[in-house]
Design a binder for this molecule. Structure first.
Ligand code: ASP
Length: 437
C-alpha cells in the first residue's frame, strides 16, 4: 500500500502545523511520499510565503530594496526550524540565495524557493529523504509536463524510499526552473501519485472535504463523503470551488482515488473521489451536490418549420462561434432553439450576435432573457431512482420558484435548471432542504 500525501500551505504555516503533519504521517506507514506547499497564512491577516517571494522579485525588478521582505521570509523558516528543534543549516543557503538574487536569477527560481525550503525542513523533521522537484518533474518546451520522463525519473529516485518532494515547480529541458500555476502543488502531488501508481492520493488542506452546497447559501451544508470524478467535473464546471482540472487528470487517468482531508481534523474521512463506487451507501440522498452560478442570459430563437430544416442548428451555432461566444447549454423545442450563454462573454457582442441571427435566419422571434442563474443538481444515484427530476421541479414549484430552463443529459448525472437570479439562493435551499437533510 502506498499513499502520496500532499499538504497545502495552511498545513505548513508554522511549527504547530508541522507537528500535526508529522502526527498524520506517523499514523499510517503507507504515507511514504509527502508533497508540500510553501508555508501559508498563520492568521487571516498574515502573508503566504509565495506572495512574499513574488513581492521580493518585484522589488528587485524595480530596484527597490527587498531586504525587509527577505528578512520576513527567512525568519518564518528559521522560527519553524528552531521551534521544531531541527539542525538544518538554512542561514548559508539564505545568504547564497540573496547573493544570487542580486546577480539576477529568474522570478520562477526565486518563487520556487518557498516550496524548496518547506520540503527541506519537512524532510528533516520526518526523517525522510528530500527529493528536489528539479530532479524529476520535467517540462516540455511548450510548458506541458513531460509525464513519461518525469514518471520514470521519480520512480527511480523514490524507489523503496520515504521521501518529501517540494510542489509547484519543475525543470525545463535546458535546466531552468519553471513554476506551475498558483496552487500548483496539487498538480505535483497528483503527478507523484500517478508516477508511483499510488493506492490513494491524499490532499490535506484546511477543510474536511467538499461541501454539498455553498455554505454561504446553505450554512450547515454536509460534506460530500463520496463523489465520482465525472460528478466532480459537473460540479466544478458550473461553479463549485474544487481542485484544478490539471491536479485531477493524472490520478483519474490511472484510476487512483483522491481523498481530500483536513490536517486540523485528521479523524474526519473527508471526501473520497473515485471513478466509480462498487457499493453505494444505503441511506445516502440521490443528490451528491449542488452548485451553480449567476450571470447567464438565454437567447431564444423561434421560427416555424425550423425543426424540419437540416441546417438550422448549424447556422445558429456558427454565428455564436464567429463571435467567440460559448453556448453553455442548449435546450431546444420543436421550432425553437435556446442558447444559454454567460453574460461575461456575450455582453460586448450581444447586438452583433442578435443582428446576425436576425439577418441569417429571419426568425419569427428572438428573445433575450437576462439575469438568469444556472444551477446543477448532480448525483450518480439519480439514474436508479425514477421521478427524481419530477420531485425536484415539484418542490421548486411549491415554493413559488419559476423554472426558466431545464436540461438533463442522457447519462442522468445531473439536472440543469435555469432560474431568475433572485430565485437562485432560495432554489438551492429548497432542493437541499427537501432532498438532503
Ligand atoms: N505556494 C504556491 C501558491 O501559493 C503553490 C501551492 O501552494 O500549491 O500558489
Amino acid at each position: 500500500m502506498l499513499k502520496v500525501a500532499k499538504f497545502g500551505g495552511s498545513s505548513l504555516a508554522d511549527a504547530v502545523q508541522y507537528r500535526k503533519v508529522k502526527d498524520i504521517i506517523e499514523r499510517d506507514p503507507a504515507r511514504t511520499v509527502v508533497v508540500v506547499s510553501a508555508p501559508g497564512k498563520r492568521t487571516s491577516d498574515d502573508h503566504k510565503i509565495t506572495d512574499l517571494l513574488y513581492l521580493c522579485e518585484a522589488h528587485l525588478k524595480y530596484g527597490v530594496s527587498f531586504d525587509d521582505i527577505y528578512e520576513m521570509i527567512c525568519t518564518r523558516y528559521i522560527t519553524i526550524r528552531n521551534d521544531l528543534g531541527l539542525k538544518v543549516d538554512l542561514e548559508t543557503e539564505f545568504a547564497e540565495l540573496r547573493r544570487e538574487m542580486r546577480h539576477g536569477i529568474s522570478r520562477d527560481e526565486i518563487v520556487s524557493r518557498g516550496e524548496y525550503f518547506s520540503a527541506r525542513l519537512m524532510a528533516a523533521y520526518l526523517g525522510y529523504e528530500f527529493i528536489d522537484a528539479k530532479l524529476w518533474l520535467t517540462f516540455n518546451l511548450d510548458g506541458t509536463v513531460d509525464t513519461e520522463k518525469s514518471y520514470e525519473l521519480l520512480r527511480i529516485a523514490a524507489e523503496g524510499r520515504k521521501v518529501v518532494i517540494p510542489g509547484f515547480y519543475g525543470v525545463m529541458p535546458d535546466g531552468h526552473i519553471r513554476l506551475m500555476d498558483r496552487g500548483g502543488s496539487d498538480i505535483t502531488g497528483a503527478l507523484a501519485a500517478a508516477a508511483l501508481d499510488a493506492d490513494v492520493y491524499e490532499n490535506w488542506t484546511d477543510v474536511s472535504g467538499i461541501l454539498m452546497a455553498d455554505p454561504r447559501i446553505v450554512p450547515n451544508a454536509k460534506t460530500i463523503d463520496r463523489v465520482t470524478y465525472s460528478e466532480l467535473r459537473e460540479l466544478s464546471y458550473i461553479g463549485a470551488q474544487v481542485l484544478h482540472e490539471a491536479s485531477i487528470f493524472p490520478v483519474r487517468r490511472k484510476n487512483i482515488p483522491l481523498n481530500i482531508r483536513n490536517t486540523n481534523e485528521p479523524d474526519h474521512p473527508g471526501t473520497m473521489i473515485q471513478e466509480y463506487f462498487t457499493e453505494e451507501l444505503p441511506d445516502s440522498s440521490f443528490i451528491t451536490g449542488l452548485a451553480g452560478r449567476k450571470g447567464f442570459s438565454i437567447i431564444t430563437i423561434t421560427k416555424s418549420g425550423m425543426s424540419s430544416k437540416v441546417d438550422s442548428l448549424r447556422r445558429i451555432v456558427e454565428i455564436f462561434e464567429k463571435y467567440n461566444v460559448t453556448i453553455s447549454y442548449a435546450p431546444t423545442g420543436i421550432d425553437c432553439f435556446s442558447a444559454v450563454v454567460e453574460n461575461q462573454q456575450l455582453d460586448s457582442r450581444k447586438y452583433a450576435v442578435l443582428a446576425e441571427l436576425q439577418k441569417e435566419l429571419k426568425p419569427d422571434d428572438i428573445t433575450v432573457t437576462e439575469q438568469i442563474a444556472v444551477l446543477a443538481v448532480v448525483g450518480r444515484r439519480m439514474i436508479s431512482r425514477s421521478g427524481s427530476s419530477g420531485r425536484i421541479f415539484e418542490a421548486l414549484g411549491e415554493n413559488g420558484i419559476n423554472i426558466r430552463m431545464i436540461s438533463q443529459g442522457p447519462e442522468e448525472l445531473n439536472i440543469i435548471i435555469g432560474v431568475k437570479e433572485a430565485d437562485f439562493n432560495p432554489a438551492i435551499r429548497v432542493i437541499y432542504e427537501n432532498f438532503v437533510d
